[in-house]
Design a protein around this ligand. Structure first.
Ligand SMILES: [Zn+2]
Ligand SMILES: [Zn+2]
Length: 424
């Protein structure tokens, strides 16, 4: 073939790979809407399992697009089912919709002044984790895809999930309850994608990691029994406070001396100790609560088994008794390597290869992990920090803020990942 024929073809190929679906007009049109929705959610945040108005707004948007809608899923969750013009696989996209008991300190025209009751306390409520952006982004994706059914070979399931931050004590909720209620069935989901906005990742950047991205979160309670005595005569009793100190020391040696930290990070933290009433009484008992973070199930097994051995053994050495109870809050947010490899070209295309970066493992947790336990999943971080800034306020704090210019990349990524996955 002559050069003058090859060159224009080559240019056409390059161009079409940069804009595979020609959605530039759609993205331009949706961005101001996504920003408006986000501001509305931001100004009207609702706590976990109480996202009533948020759910209503999502459901009415999906209905207006002609998407089949289920409400009241896992209490306040909303699920939309969008069937393409041709049969094929089923992809699920998940956004979490809940806010936190944090009082906003940002000076914004759409600042939250909402208050609510949380564990018997009057608290400020704020979207201090950015779930308002996730909700708005997914509403934008739903709008674009619903207007392009001809490009969808299969089905897209939009999962708007309540209570990611954890349901109030005594209640069920979040991803675990959604799975239990069959959100991944009928039609059966082949894979699931999700994202989290990040206040310390620059706008325009996507960060990802194959395998363990975020930690399994476990909560433990240790109860130590001693024998009460006068503070001046410790030899007449058994000191549960001293035993607690020895246990804390012992637990830290599991991390520092026993697990292979070159494999993955692991953390044990005691967050609360309760014991005693006054200065001159050695009390009867002590209680400690804390958390375990792991990114590898073998390490998790090793750590929890050693804790269960060590806690009663240490107490026994000092004449007391101790029990430990361990419960899971979330599992490992585990990105299936094959799925990551499959979707990486899409991320490179929408963000630009240089803006798709490797993320180090994070010791925070995500209940997206419960979906990934059932079907292959890919969860990644989306930049929400103003370019040029070098620091930002962490998630879950009163000054947490997000640069809204980061959201459109989330819309692009989820829209095109869905289409590429289904059409492949
Ligand atoms: Zn959070
Ligand atoms: Zn979050």
């Amino acid at each position: 073939m002559k050069l003058y024929l090859i060159l224009p073809m080559l240019l056409w190929c390059l161009n079409s790979s940069a804009q595979k679906y020609n959605f530039e007009k759609e993205y331009k049109g949706i961005e101001p809407k996504v920003i408006d929705w986000r501001r509305d959610f931001h100004q009207n945040p609702e706590l976990s399992n109480r996202e009533f108005n948020t759910a209503e707004k999502i459901a009415s948007h999906l209905k207006s697009l002609g998407i089949e809608v289920q409400t009241g899923v896992a209490k306040t969750g909303v699920v939309g089912i969008l069937k393409g013009n041709r049969n094929g696989k089923v992809i699920a996209l998940r956004a979490d919709i809940d806010a936190l008991p944090v009082t906003e300190r940002n000076d914004l025209p759409f600042k939250s002044t909402v208050t609510s009751e949380f564990l018997g306390q009057e608290v400020g409520v704020m979207h201090a984790c950015g779930h308002d952006t996730h909700t708005a982004i997914l509403m934008g994706v739903a709008e674009i895809l619903s207007k392009n059914r001809d490009k969808i070979k299969g089905t897209v399931k939009f999962i708007f999930q309540p209570a990611e931050e954890g349901p109030p004590p005594g209640e069920e909720g979040g991803a675990l309850l959604m799975v239990k209620e069959g959100v991944l069935k009928n039609p059966d989901v082949d894979a699931i994608f999700g994202l989290h906005i990040n206040s310390s990742t620059p706008v325009g950047v996507i960060r990802y990691k194959s395998e363990g991205l975020m930690a399994a979160v476990q909560r433990f309670v240790i109860k130590v029994e001693g024998k009460q005595t006068h503070g001046s005569q410790p030899w007449k009793g058994i000191d549960p406070i001293l035993i607690s100190a020895k246990i804390i020391d012992g637990l830290q040696t599991i991390i520092s001396r026993e697990v292979d930290l070159t494999n993955e990070a692991a953390v044990i933290s005691v967050g609360k100790i309760t014991s005693g009433v006054r200065f001159n009484i050695i009390p009867e008992s002590a209680e400690m609560i804390g958390t375990i973070r792991t990114l590898d199930y073998d390490m998790q097994k090793q750590i929890t088994e050693r804790m269960k051995e060590m806690v009663p053994d240490i107490a026994k050495t000092y004449g007391g008794t101790a029990t430990i109870e361990i419960k899971s809050n979330t599992d490992i947010t585990f990105n299936k390597p094959e799925l990551v490899t499959q979707m990486l070209p899409t991320l490179n295309r929408v963000a630009g290869k240089e803006n798709v970066q490797i993320q180090k493992a994070v010791t925070g947790g995500e209940d997206f992990s419960y979906f990934q336990n059932e079907v292959p999943g890919f969860f990644f971080f989306l930049g929400g920090m103003t370019p040029g800034n070098t620091s930002s306020f962490p998630h879950h704090t009163p000054d947490f803020s997000i640069d809204e210019n980061g959201m459109i990349l989330g819309v692009k990524a989820l829209t095109e990942m869905s289409l590429d996955f289904l059409n492949n």
